[in-house]
Design a protein. Sequence first.
Length: 448
Amino acid sequence: MMKTLRAWLACAMLVVPAVAMAQAAAGPLKSDQVRIQYAVFYLPAPAADPLQRLNALATANRAGPMLTDTLPVGATRLALVRGRVEKDPRAKYRPPDLALLQHLGRGLSPEQGRALQQTQQVLVLDFAHPGARALESLRAADELVEKLAREAGALVWDQQTREIFTPDAWKQRRLDTWSGNLPQVGRHITFYAYNKGQMVRAVSLGMAKFGLPDVVVQDFSRSASRPMGILLGALTQSLVEGAPASLPGNFKLELASIRHPQVQKELAAASKKGATGIAQLTLSPGTPEKEDPPGRLLEVGFPAEPGADRHAAYAALLRSAFGGEDTVMTVKPNAPELLEASKRARERLPQLKAAFAAGLAPGEFIQLRMPFRTPQGGIEYMWVEVTDWKDSRITGILKNQPRAIPTLREGQVVEVREENAFDYLRISADGKREGNETGKVAQKLGGR
């Protein structure tokens, strides 16, 4: 759900001059005014005058935006569109290069990607409308740009999400995913997550199209990227559907209240045993970083129980909202087969340590199965996601809910020793899994 690239974010911002970034102001989230910018890239040049075609389509559709030569600096009570043609794209509105198209392109063939590099004209479209008409005006803008691109065999650039589409991909993602008057928000925005130290920061791009701030979550573990992406998707859908919210303040996200049927279906598929479908969040003005989208930004927080750190708060909220299942070893850990599997796993520790020191790829993480002493004198084996590994000292985040150790919580930051590692699990950005040797043996022996 969340892409894990960072380098291209700054590059994509160079396509047009960036708008100043800002914290979201205190008060209601919904803006009174909405501004959107799209662009139509011709391959390589249009057969007809782009502004004449814009005028013809805008005039024919009285329900769509009204064509104007100048957009008002302040508020507007009408839905407006202004078009301009850039005839020197590489200098003034350059397209993504072939390397960036691997990440930004939606539905493009290699031939279209190469033709894009030779584009000679770009039609830039600036839309403005009242926030109260954000949904109907967004739909009309998306329909207009699709018609312009389709009749010319051109491509559509979304400046807010920094993606470029074929007309078919645009229609499939932006137009065909409405349910009545409700958009499927996840098809109109993008989430990007990137490593920040040994943790992850995620930010949305595109919420300004709905008159709302983009959202950011700081400092969560790499392995939490998928559930965090699902949570942020539900939050943005709820806000667009009109859930009341203001800054700063608490926000009760109720998954069952989301009305879009496809989003409901996806949330149901993501929920596991014990899910409550409720997430208690906090919303506060966010501090933008240089790669963030222009405009307002709000930070999503997680109320923590007394004595719990923020990582434990993340874990508790995600487990409460979506449920979860722990991997529990129910066979004796000193069984010969398990000890042999553990030995094989431990032989990989030097390579894992070296890989961690060299820097893991975005979306990749390493977990170690470690023993923890229970108050009764026993041992509980749990997974720890590595966040720091120096000499034999390892700092990490506990990934299981302890069953017999009341002083520990899932998500808590713990310190362990390399020599005590019982097993490992390495998951790459594409989901490939390596390790869990003892888990495989435990399944054969009748445990888990």
